[in-house]
Design a protein. Structure first.
Length: 249
């Protein structure tokens, strides 16, 4: 490490292999940060990091199963050992396992809660302390509009996303005195692999509820995340920003 590498902010983005996370990783790299692209599969975070490097940005890949607290602890230790500092954390990795409650298996509940919500607890616990010591940090949790409204067939996912909102607001209060901000983004329907799985009837129904009459783009979320991770957002904490084409007003 030297003064130059010390000056460049290190940002950990989970679920950066595809979709929204990849867009956020690219936006933070464009803003001059060294981005650690985390995803479950090595191939996916490896490709994301390589494409950022090819465009002149700074990026590394790290395969971590974020549903495991142990893997997160080990990865965080390795990151801090390697870089000495991490200033930005975007908890974006997420999955759905949709079903009506009476058909939902316990495993569908646990895997969704562990991947979407408990992962945030483990990452923030591991990486929040160096931020508070440095008295500068940005934490952004990617929740969902269904964490605010609920959704039939998504009790596990909605509960996990609503949990992320409570976690965001509590930690914003805990970390504020150290100039570490904690915010959440609640996307509506965004065009990614996650929504491409939905059947056409569901997509049409969703479109009818969006005043702006289109699904969001990855960049719609990435730009909001990049702003929240920047110096410009230093007076914003504990907030949930819906980016949803006007679905939830
Ligand atoms: P996506 O295209 O399905 O990508 C999900 C990413 O998360 C992938 O990179 C995947 O890794 C990673 N991931 C999943 N499980 C993981 C695990 N156990 N450990 C590590 N990484 C894991 O999803 P997306 O649509 O971009 O969604 C990103 C976030 O936005 C999620 O939290 C989602 O709930 C939220 N969101 C999305 C929408 C939407 O309409 N798309 C709306 C509201 C909220 P691999 O690449 O290795 O598979």
């Amino acid at each position: 490490m030297n003064e130059e590498t010390d000056r460049i902010k290190v940002a950990v983005v989970t679920g950066a292999g595809r979709g929204i996370g990849r867009g956020i990783a690219e936006a933070l790299a464009r803003d001059g940060m060294r981005v650690i692209c985390v995803s479950k599969s090595e191939a996916s975070c490896g490709a994301a990091a390589e494409s950022i490097r090819e465009s002149g940005g700074l990026a590394d890949a790290l395969a971590v199963d974020v549903s495991s607290g142990e893997q997160i602890r080990q990865a965080s230790e390795k990151l801090l050992e390697e870089h000495g500092h991490v200033e930005v954390l975007v908890n974006n990795a997420g999955i759905t396992r949709d079903n009506l409650l009476f058909r939902m298996e316990e495993d569908d509940w646990n895997s969704v809660v562990n991947t979407n919500l408990s992962s945030c607890f483990h990452w923030i616990k591991a990486l929040g302390r160096p931020m508070t010591r440095k008295r500068w940090g940005r934490i952004v949790n990617v929740a969902s509009v269904v964490g605010l409204t609920g959704n039939a067939g998504q009790a596990n996912y909605s509960a996990a996303k609503a949990g992320m909102v409570g976690l965001t607001k509590s930690l914003a209060r805990e970390f504020a005195a150290r100039s570490v901000t904690v915010n959440a983004i609640a996307p509506g329907f965004i065009d990614t692999d996650m929504t491409s799985e939905l059947d056409e009837r569901v997509k049409e129904g969703a479109l009818a509820t969006i005043p702006l009459k289109r699904f969001g783009k990855v960049s719609d979320i990435a730009e909001m995340a990049a702003f929240l991770c920047s110096d410009k957002a230093s007076y914003i904490t504990g907030q949930v920003f819906t980016v949803d084409g006007g679905m939830v007003m």
